[in-house]
Design a binder for this molecule. Structure first.
Ligand code: SAH
Ligand code: SF4
Ligand code: F3S
Length: 586
């Protein structure tokens, strides 16, 4: 079954990791030393909170931090929004519909407040932009407190919750276009490490972890709201990231995804250091900027890959990163991908359009020729690498011929996966000065045409895996599709075959339908016991559909659980409502 819905909010297309069971709720940790008990806040005075997260992995990662701070302050997690007395909404603004989804819930939230006058509602994420703060109260009448994404570390203090939080760091940063301040961000980069050191990141998976490395975005893609929402780029210090990776490795995480809107520009804003003297790199921004002697993504990947177990294997077996802007994808990075065994053979490289005029109007900084040159180099360096992309159809002034060029581009590149969306005008972005002149019905037609073209290509790419053994990191106990989560847009939902269970899997006695990802980020359905969650299982691929594979685990192909996993896995079963879904873009 393929879903062809226009413009919904969607997530970045890397990992869909099993979140904790939605009905579970979480309680604040008891202090290990009982003498500390008297310093615990009065439990009844503290709220039961519910975090509603929309959007991409960056938001999910931020929500993990917010949940962790609330739990550390002594609050408990409510199983549902209706049972909560603090609702935190982490919004996405990438397309109009993403914002509309939350605006549309204001009536419901208002009724909840009428029924529970102590209910407080906080709204954060990308819908909170400094430039139109005044308008927020009108758009979101049920909300009590608005926080920009970088203000999220203030959540506890702003709510007046007693907490033992460290001081909030302040690193001023603004994005200025012309003379207008378009994005403001003061915090986050400095407070993340405090949260990690304090153990207050409430990770939603015990298998895979997100690791933010750079906040904000300095690109000025004309259609995009992100630089306005998230402010300018702020790289986290190199050693703090490596420390966090070390903590994750020690805790037994099998997979780490480095996060940033453009991870390829990591490090350009960090100070020069002699230990990075060998890093020679430059970037064009009107003129050539020398960015040497600072860490870059390649350096960071090599350092994390260099965290090894006693037997010399990478302590984190799977390392991913997202998202890469094609313009900043350096030779140094390509070399690191080829050299580092932990780096997964998958790259998400958004192209947005296959037409150079459209790319120019989008402000993407590269031509299709440049993109193809980078791609050829990556494919030569990492044979068999999985490549996925994002496309926007119906951008301002996109003619039929220009759209056709995008289709031909997809035909020639042969992506493993394409995340497509209809252009949605975002207030305040540079593209609002261009006429949004492709009609909604025509955008939908183009979206459907593009998906119809891509589907057999995806199938062909997946069929190449038939009969082969793949290493699957099992991250999900699949269950029948539920309808109350964010749906992906414009990407397929697949039942990989004709079987009865999720993903076409027929579990035997003592088995359930499981799914996980290959190193190449292919979704694989399989049957097995629940205790395979978090393990690397070798699977012989027996069926390939356009969006997922299905296979039979090899009897000898189940890796041991990493030490340290067991206790946490048992106490926090991961049951996902995402079983069988294709990876989704944001
Ligand atoms: N920083 C990443 C991701 C940005 S948002 C990158 O540069 O690739 C994820 C995707 O949303 C984008 O790649 C783009 O395809 C899509 N997108 C962004 N703004 C949009 C808009 N106004 N309308 C439709 N799609 C949009
Ligand atoms: Fe948006 Fe472009 Fe930045 Fe991606 S690189 S977040 S598309 S401005
Ligand atoms: Fe949405 Fe913000 Fe992510 S706009 S896609 S939540 S960066």
């Amino acid at each position: 079954m393929i879903e062809r819905q226009p413009a919904r909010d969607r997530r970045l297309p890397i990992l869909e990791i099993a979140p904790p069971a939605p009905s579970a709720g979480r309680t604040a940790a008891e202090p290990g030393d009982e003498r500390l008990g008297e310093f615990r806040p009065e439990p009844r005075a503290l709220p039961a909170f519910y975090v509603w997260t929309l959007g991409c992995q960056m938001n999910r990662s931020d929500s993990e931090e917010m949940s962790g701070r609330l739990l550390a302050a002594g609050a408990t997690e409510a199983p549902t929004m209706e049972a909560a007395d603090l609702v935190v909404i982490n919004t996405c603004a990438i397309r109009e519909l993403a914002e509309a989804k939350v605006i549309g819930r204001q009536g419901h939230l208002g009724r909840l407040k009428a029924a529970n006058p102590s209910l407080r509602i906080v709204l954060t994420g990308c819908a909170v932009r400094e430039r139109d703060r005044e308008g927020l109260g009108r758009r979101y009448p049920a909300v009590d407190l608005f926080l920009r994404p970088d203000e999220e570390p203030e959540l506890i203090d702003r709510l007046g919750l007693a907490s033992a939080q460290g001081p909030v760091g302040a690193v001023g940063a603004t994005t200025i276009v012309g003379r207008t301040v378009v994005g403001v961000a003061d915090h986050l980069a400095a407070t993340r490490s405090a949260a990690v050191a304090g153990g207050t990141v409430q990770r939603s998976s015990t298998v895979s972890a997100w690791l933010p490395i750079i906040y904000g975005c300095d690109k000025t893609c004309t259609y995009c709201i992100v630089p306005f929402s998230r402010g300018p780029e702020r790289s986290r210090p190199f050693d703090e990231i490596v420390d966090e990776a070390q903590t994750l490795a020690a805790a037994g995480f099998r997979e780490v995804t480095l996060l940033g809107q453009n991870v390829n520009s990591y490090g350009h804003d960090l100070p020069v250091e002699s230990r990075f003297g060998h890093v020679r790199t430059a970037r064009w921004a009107g003129r050539q900027l020398d960015l040497g002697s600072r860490p870059d993504l390649a350096e960071l990947i090599r350092a994390i890959d260099g965290i090894r177990t006693a037997d010399g294997a990478p302590a984190i077996p799977r390392l991913r990163f997202i998202t890469s802007h094609p313009w900043d994808l350096s030779d140094r990075l390509i070399e690191a991908l080829a050299d580092c065994p932990s780096v997964c053979e998958a790259l998400h490289l958004p192209v947005q359009s296959g037409d150079d005029d459209v790319l120019r109007r989008m402000g993407r900084q590269y031509t299709t020729e440049h993109y193809l040159e980078r791609l050829a180099k990556i494919r030569a360096a990492v044979p068999g690498i999985t490549i996925s992309t994002d496309i926007i159809v119906g951008f301002c002034g996109e003619t039929e011929a220009q759209f056709e060029r995008t289709l031909r581009f997809l035909e020639s590149v042969r992506y493993d996966q394409v995340f497509a969306a209809a252009y949605s005008e975002r207030p305040g972005t540079p593209a609002t000065h261009l006429p949004d002149d492709v009609q909604a019905a025509e955008k939908r037609r183009r979206l459907n045409a593009l998906l119809a073209l891509q589907e057999p290509i995806g199938l062909e790419r997946n069929r190449a895996w038939l009969g082969r053994d793949v290493e699957v990191l099992v991250d999900t106990v699949a269950r029948e599709r539920s309808h109350d989560h964010d749906e992906p847009e414009a990407v397929g939902q697949e039942m990989a075959g004709e079987g009865s269970g999720p993903g076409g899997v027929r579990p035997g006695p003592g088995e359930v339908a499981l799914s996980g990802r290959t190193r190449g980020n292919k979704l694989v359905h399989l049957a097995g016991p629940t205790d395979w969650l978090g393990r690397l299982v070798t699977v012989r691929v027996q069926h390939a559909g356009p969006y997922a594979l299905r296979g039979k685990p090899r009897a000898d192909g189940v890796a041991e659980l990493h030490l340290g996993d067991l206790g946490r896995m048992a106490s926090q079963p991961s049951v996902s409502d995402l079983g069988g879904r294709a990876p989704t873009g944001r």
